[in-house]
Design a protein around this ligand. Structure first.
Ligand SMILES: NC(=O)c1ccc[n+]([C@@H]2O[C@H](COP(=O)([O-])OP(=O)(O)OC[C@H]3O[C@@H](n4cnc5c(N)ncnc54)[C@H](OP(=O)(O)O)[C@@H]3O)[C@@H](O)[C@H]2O)c1
Length: 354
């Protein structure tokens, strides 16, 4: 099946119009019913085991987790196993699954870009956690996200999958969205999934705090981290653990329907200068932020082995973020998540750089 996708932000079409960003009204309704524990204004303040009613998990049917060995996916898998849901994973290499998980999951070995994998995995599936893996060597960013997702969309339709929770990005509806590299492609991926008619919640994120782990070496040895984004631009940022918690609850919750976005904004907006100060305090040594030019950023990515197209896409995304791509969604208690940057630095950055 070849589904035409139009780029969000360039032209309205049926799917995009249908796919307006929503608040999480379904969650609020559930909270009012007392079925899901939401802590003081936060989407998630505790482990999914506390948040997901056991009765929901038991009746939820098969939950398919893609990218189950990745940063977000492995945490989603943990939550699903704790919840008691029946879990199926698609992995390229089953030996990369944690030992504790293997006896409790059904495994489909292969890439989730291949029809044979998703055809096998989606049979009888109620919910799918969909994460398109970063492919730094792809020939185009649309190939990396949209083409990667085509077989899954065919299998979603074939097997009547009820719900998909996708990993996506902030930016829909902004003037920058049409030329924002990875983000443009992520939004087009969501449109493609939405065009199947499946119930969809796209989790829309700013940059992850976890990205800083890629700069562990310069942080550790030179006390510096770099980005082409202005050091004083305040931006939301969120922790992968919180994204996984939000995804886990939606995968188990059978009350929502339709298509919409769920922004996951972290607890506060911080600039890179703010982050440098917090890192310095937590690590007990000076860490400074250094802004690099977009051209140096692009050249550095190519030098590290990225294809020209993906390096350009990453650069386009950075430019768009510097023009306000991530600042368009109004922060509310419902779209704020709990892990602070200071907590993340203490628990995840510090062990990686000391
Ligand atoms: N980083 C950000 O700031 C940010 C912001 C917004 C959205 N996002 C989105 O978040 C996603 C990345 O999430 P993440 O950090 O959890 O990713 P990750 O840690 O890199 O995990 C990637 C996963 O995909 C699997 N994988 C890699 N290549 C594959 C392939 N060709 N076929 C099948 N599976 C493959 C890997 O498994 P194996 O290698 O074990 O097979 C792994 O489980 C991307 O879609 C990105 O666009 C990122």
């Amino acid at each position: 099946m070849n589904i035409e996708v139009e780029m969000p932000g360039t032209k309205q079409h049926g799917v995009t119009r249908d796919f307006e960003p929503r608040t999480i009204e379904d969650m609020d309704r559930r909270r009012a019913l007392g079925k899901i524990a939401l802590g003081a204004g936060m989407l998630m303040t505790a482990g999914a085991s506390q948040l997901v009613a056991a009765s929901d998990a038991a009746t939820a049917g098969v939950v398919v987790v893609t990218a189950a060995t990745g940063n977000i996916g492995r945490r989603v898998l943990d939550h699903m196993l704790t919840s008691g849901a029946r879990v199926r994973v698609i992995v390229r290499d089953a030996s990369r699954l944690p030992d504790r998980a293997r006896p409790h999951v059904e495994v489909v070995e292969g890439s989730h870009s291949d029809f044979s994998s998703v055809d096998g995995a989606f049979k009888g599936a109620d919910s799918v956690f969909w994460l398109c893996p970063p492919d730094p060597r792809a020939q185009s960013v649309m190939a990396a996200y949209v083409d990667f997702t085509r077989a899954a969309c065919e299998a979603i339709s074939k097997h009547g999958v009820r719900r998909v929770v996708s990993i996506s990005a902030l930016g829909r509806g902004t003037p920058m969205a049409a030329n924002a590299g990875y983000v443009t492609a992520s939004l087009a991926m969501d449109d493609l999934i939405a065009s199947t008619g499946v119930n969809l919640r796209a989790l829309t994120m700013p940059s992850f705090m976890d990205n800083l782990l890629r700069q562990s070496e310069p942080i550790k040895h030179q006390g510096v981290f770099r980005s082409p984004i202005d050091g004083d631009r305040k931006l939301p940022s969120c922790a992968a653990r919180d994204i996984a918690s939000v995804a886990a609850r939606l995968l188990i919750d059978r009350s929502w329907q339709g298509r919409g976005e769920v922004p996951v904004l972290g607890p506060e907006d911080l600039s890179f200068e703010d982050m440098a100060r917090i890192m310095s305090e937590v690590l007990g040594k000076p860490v400074r932020f250094e802004q690099v030019s977009l051209e140096a950023y692009r050249a550095g990515a190519i030098q590290r082995g990225m294809s020209e197209a993906m390096a350009q896409a990453m650069t386009d995304m950075a430019r768009a973020k510097n023009e306000g791509l991530d600042n368009a969604v109004k922060r509310t208690p419902e779209n704020s998540t709990p892990t602070t940057f200071r907590q993340w630095c203490t628990e995840e950055l510090k062990p990686a750089v000391t």
